[in-house]
Write a protein that binds this ligand. Structure first.
Ligand code: ZN
Length: 285
């Protein structure tokens, strides 16, 4: 058991926040009964917790972990959270507008916007991953700087089956390499932890019963190093990816993603609920 300092100041429903080691904060997805499916409330709470860690001068590294068998089954399409009720995050607006206008705004704010924001947090972040990571689940893993996963972890983005290019934070070629990205997307298959390691998509693969201790040990090691040096190193790597057009590539793919959404709505006469995630969760989780 890790030494845990419970957070007494804030009450969140979808996550927990604690300090399991010196200078290390941990945000834990706490919706195991739904395989940590993400509704807007969960995403907002994760964002609030990250901000809390960023503003705490005693924290240098943040771990994102998850309760239960699976890290995350993706987006919760039964979600009826009103974005207008959540704290302001980005600069999108008109979330209630009809057609593509509101739809794009919601996904730009809660998916692409949050992922890009988290990717650029000034302190190092580490995902601690077990079980299945499906579609939107990758959108919690890939924005983190380092990824420690257990041997049972698998990663998939099968949404080509539903007529879109991939999930909204389209960084697949940057994270998995172009060849494996196409393989994942074309086939819809789940890649294993070992395959992910071979392709540099994850940082460490450890036995399931050592996931927590190995993640915290890595976080603690990094947390002993100088804060500003860590921030500068992170920004330098991120800037290198941006020099390769990463942000523009994401926005380009996001536009195509909404062509896919719009196509579905036109073709199916508006009767088709966007299927991203739901069937996959039911069949695989
Ligand atoms: Zn979408």
């Amino acid at each position: 058991m890790m030494t845990t300092t419970a957070d007494s100041e804030t009450t969140w429903e979808r996550i927990r926040y604690d300090v399991p080691a010196e200078r290390v904060a941990r945000v834990t997805l706490a919706r195991a009964e739904a395989a940590n499916a993400q509704d807007y409330q969960m995403l907002s709470e994760i964002n609030q917790a990250f901000d809390k860690a960023m503003r705490d001068p005693d924290i240098r590294v943040v771990v994102l972990a998850a309760d239960g068998k699976h890290f995350s089954s993706g987006h919760d399409l039964r979600d009826r959270t009103d974005i207008n009720d959540l704290p302001t995050i980005g600069t999108q607006c008109h979330f209630d507008a009809e057609g593509a206008e509101g739809y794009m705004a919601r996904e730009a704010e809660m998916y692409v916007g949050l992922c890009w924001r988290w990717r650029n947090l000034p302190k190092p972040t580490i995902a601690s991953v077990q079980g299945k990571v499906i579609a939107g689940g990758l959108m919690l893993v890939w924005p983190m700087d380092l990824i420690v996963c257990s041997e049972d972890a698998t990663f998939s983005d099968p949404v080509v089956a539903f007529g879109v290019n991939g999930h909204e934070y389209f960084v697949h070629p940057y994270e998995a390499g172009a060849r494996l990205a196409k393989d994942m997307l074309f086939t819809g298959r789940a890649i294993s932890a070992q395959e992910a390691l071979q392709h540099g998509m994850v940082s460490r693969v450890v036995p399931r019963d050592q996931l927590e201790t190995e993640t915290i040990a890595l976080a603690s090691h990094i947390a002993k190093r100088p804060m500003f040096g860590l921030t500068l190193a992170k920004q330098s790597v991120n800037n290198s990816q941006e020099a390769m057009g990463m942000y523009t590539a994401i926005q380009s793919a996001f536009g195509l993603h909404h062509v896919g959404h719009s196509h579905n709505r036109l073709k199916f006469d508006g009767s088709m609920v966007d299927p991203e995630g739901v069937q996959v969760i039911r069949s695989e989780a």
